[in-house]
Structure formats: structure tokens, C-alpha cells
Design a protein. Structure first.
Length: 221
């Protein structure tokens, strides 16, 4: 972790691309997570053209996994820079996190394959969702609220920001899970110092958990 941080205002619907440089760790993978945020909205065609096999050779990684292009859903974010920026496949990326991938992670599949299975990522960040703006949430059977941090149209090509309020109709929710949209009546902040709890849905959208006191209030209630 460096002493630098990335601040982004007007983050909502900001397009970003993410690359995971994977290194074998026993039967699984550890990953350095690189993100285009901070270098302008991610261009779709240039990101799609990145060759992960070639990039693995160029970076000396055991594998490279390309997270589908997605869009931030908070209004402002601050995140600590975990390493030096670097050019990967012709685009500039910031190193924002490192993490242990889930035991059943398959680099041939997207995050929808890990749907509704919480995981942890090493990250120092603050997400701010402004009063009067919508938030989109999952509630797990154990009563934890998960707030959408990014959405993607990679799985459901017709998914847009305007479709998120009614997205429950598009999700295949397991027993005990619920989806809800709500307009905030005060600012919500989610601040992580060390480990963030995250979970994807079956359309590969990603949510952060309101656990361990990271949130200033529970937006579900």
C-alpha cells in the first residue's frame, strides 16, 4: 500500500475496466487488482481488445483475468492506491487492491459464477452516496445489507442505469435474498479500512456489505 489516494467526484455511471494479475497460491490464486479509474472513463473497444494471454506473458503473471467493463454507482469515491500505476494492454491502470480469489474461482468465467457468495478484498476506500439519489441493495438471509457499488451490462446486455430500480425482475435470487431500490433521505458513507466484504449477483453486478461498522447507517431500513 502506498500513501497515495484516488479521489473521484461525479462517480455515478463512470465506466471503468479492471484487470486481475493472478499468481498461483496453493490450489487457488492471489490477485493484484488494477482499475482504469483515475485515467478517464474506460473506452469499451480498447478494453475489449486487451489480450489476457499476452498480458500474462508481458507481466509474468500465472494468469490474467479481465473483469467485464462496469460502472460505478456511488456519487463520490476515495480509494487508497495499493501500488504504482502501469500500462496494461495499451491502457493506464491504477493498482487499487489485492485479494485472495475464492477457492472455486474459474478465470474462464465472470463474477456471476460466484453469485450470492460473499468474499473479502483488501482495500481502503470511502464510498459516498448522496441524499436524494437512489441506491440499489441486496439483503442476505443473515440480515446484512449489500449496497451496489458497480453494475455491468456484460451478462444482461440490456441492463442500463435506468433499469436498476426494477432489476429484481431480472435477478434469480436464492431463497432468503431480497433486492430493493431506495432514494436516500441522507448521505450514506461506506468506509473500509483493510478488508471489504463484497458479493456479486447473478448478472455480475457487485455490492459491498454493510458489516463491521463500515456504514454510517443501514440504508435498507
Amino acid at each position: 500500500m502506498t500513501d497515495k489516494q484516488l479521489d473521484l467526484e461525479n462517480a455515478r455511471a463512470y465506466a471503468q475496466g479492471e484487470i486481475f494479475l493472478l499468481r498461483q497460491a496453493g490450489d487457488g490464486f492471489d490477485a493484484l487488482v488494477y482499475n482504469t479509474t483515475g485515467f478517464g472513463p474506460c473506452p469499451a473497444e480498447e478494453f475489449a481488445a486487451i489480450d489476457t494471454e499476452q498480458l500474462a506473458q508481458d507481466t509474468g503473471s500465472d494468469r490474467v483475468w479481465k473483469n467485464p467493463r462496469r460502472f460505478w454507482m456511488m456519487d463520490a469515491l476515495t480509494v487508497a492506491i495499493a501500488g504504482e500505476p502501469r500500462k496494461l494492454g495499451g491502457l493506464m491502470f491504477n493498482c487499487l487492491a489485492d485479494m485472495k480469489m475464492p477457492a472455486d474461482f474459474d478465470p474462464q468465467r465472470d463474477q456471476s459464477s460466484m453469485a450470492y457468495r460473499p468474499m473479502k478484498i483488501h482495500r481502503n476506500s470511502t464510498y459516498k452516496f448522496l441524499s436524494g439519489r437512489p441506491v440499489f441493495m441486496l439483503r442476505s438471509p443473515d440480515g446484512i445489507t449489500w449496497v451496489m457499488q458497480t453494475f455491468t451490462d456484460h451478462v444482461d446486455h440490456g441492463l442500463t442505469e435506468s433499469a436498476l430500480p426494477a432489476m429484481a425482475e431480472r435477478l434469480t435470487l436464492p431463497d432468503g435474498w431480497t433486492y430493493k431500490a431506495r432514494t436516500l433521505d441522507r448521505d450514506l458513507t461506506i468506509t473500509t479500512s483493510g478488508l471489504a466484504n463484497i458479493v456479486p449477483d447473478d448478472l455480475a453486478n457487485m455490492y459491498q456489505g454493510c458489516v463491521d461498522g463500515v456504514n454510517n447507517f443501514d440504508p435498507w431500513d
